[in-house]
Design a protein around this ligand. Structure first.
Ligand code: NAP
Length: 350
């Protein structure tokens, strides 16, 4: 079967590295361009020795030239920082190359909200109309026909999937929801920064970004759409001394007289046809290590009758499910390929 040529802008970042890993085993996509300004001219195996002798080890890294990418690729993954992605996406789409953007540039439908939270001008507002939010469990039909995918953020992926059944079934108060989220250090990207140094991250545990983490409006936008009303949440983020993984503990208040079994049954029903979301048996709680390197989102639910709280726990791998794996799932759907292609991944066990 004819291969589909794809490009990857930002191959030296953590999400670019993960996409390279996943594309090694993809039967329909052929990676024909990988870019980095710092490493242009080198072979991939020069910077990633683990690719030596593998399918893409000899591919030569190029400068990120949108015209060259558009000429060579039918679809391009943008694994670059926000603000950079919107400019490249515009050129690619103009030249009929489809785009999966892993940055935040097209996730917020309201330009003013984007400009407020990201402190920069949105130069491609027309594309906000056409971008599809790439969460397959919620938007699969629209993803299939999209030319531009706004790949969800990592924290939002865990929070939205955790809250979806509760809000869809109007189980909980839409006010006063607290999302207490923790991420591994790859979430901050691979660029050098003091806060990401080993001695700053290991053997400690700290909160950061309170109360203005940039993923707040993205979560509010999407859970508001599920609930059918504007929502405001408390979203609190923490840095875990691990490489990859997110665990979100979500505190809600039940507004229906429901037992744990009632809640659990509705969660199972909501994800019955979505195998990547695993609703754990009652009494079991998710862990980051059991989703490591996979597309799984493991969800556990707890009903505390004394406080009338429904506590939802949601674990994902930030780099795979929260970024590159999800991007590949979206590309599969856009190209009419089985959504699971290249993504039948068992957890990387310790
Ligand atoms: N890390 C995560 O867990 C995660 C999860 C979800 C979403 N995301 C999003 O995914 C995107 C990539 O994240 P990351 O963690 O992989 O970042 P990263 O580790 O910092 O890597 C960024 C990549 O973009 C390239 N780049 C930077 N500035 C560029 C520019 N002006 N033009 C072209 N290329 C440029 C860099 O290579 P050169 O500088 O050599 O060109 C590098 O390869 C970000 O928007 C991030 O917010 C990340």
């Amino acid at each position: 079967m004819k291969k589909i040529s794809v490009g990857l802008v930002g191959v030296t970042g953590y999400t670019g590295m993960e996409l390279t890993r996943l594309l090694e085993n993809h039967s329909r996509f052929e990676l024909v361009r990988v870019t980095s300004r710092a490493e242009a001219g080198k072979k991939l195996a020069d910077i990633y020795p683990f690719l030596q002798g593998m399918r893409y080890g000899d591919i030569v890294i190029t400068e990120p030239d949108p015209d060259d990418l558009a000429a060579a690729c039918e679809l391009v993954f943008l694994a670059v920082p926000h603000k950079t992605a919107m400019e490249i996406a515009a050129v690619l789409l103009e030249r009929n190359t489809r785009v999966v953007d892993l940055s935040a540039d097209f996730r917020l439908r309201d330009r003013e909200v984007y400009e407020h939270w990201y402190k920069c001008q949105h130069t491609q507002p027309a594309l906000l109309e056409t971008a599809v939010y790439g969460l397959p469990e919620l938007y699969e039909p629209a993803i299939r026909t999209a030319t531009l995918i706004a790949n969800p953020g990592c924290y939002p992926t865990s929070a939205i999937l955790g809250l979806y059944p509760a809000l869809k079934n109007a189980m909980v108060d839409t006010k006063g929801i607290v999302i207490d989220a923790k991420s591994g250090a790859t979430g901050a990207g691979r660029k050098a920064a003091v806060g990401s140094l080993f001695c700053e991250v290991s053997d400690t545990f700290r909160a950061y970004g309170l109360p203005t983490h940039r993923h707040t409006p993205e979560i509010e936008q999407e859970i508001g759409a599920i609930a059918g009303e504007e929502m405001t949440i408390s979203f609190n983020t923490h840095l875990l001394p691990i490489n990859r993984g997110i665990l979100s503990t979500i505190y809600t208040t039940l507004i229906k007289d429901m037992t744990l079994d009632d809640v659990h049954a509705l969660y199972e029903e909501a994800y019955r046809t979505h195998p990547w979301v695993r609703v754990l048996p009652t009494g079991k709680l998710p862990e980051t290590r059991f989703v490591r390197g996979t597309m799984f989102c493991d969800i556990g639910v707890v009903v505390d009758r004394r406080t009338n709280r429904l506590v939802i726990l949601s674990a994902i791998d930030n780099v795979c499910r929260g970024a590159s794996g999800q991007a590949l799932a979206n590309a599969n759907l856009m190209c009419g390929i089985d959504v699971q292609e290249g993504l039948r991944l068992a957890p990387l066990m310790p």
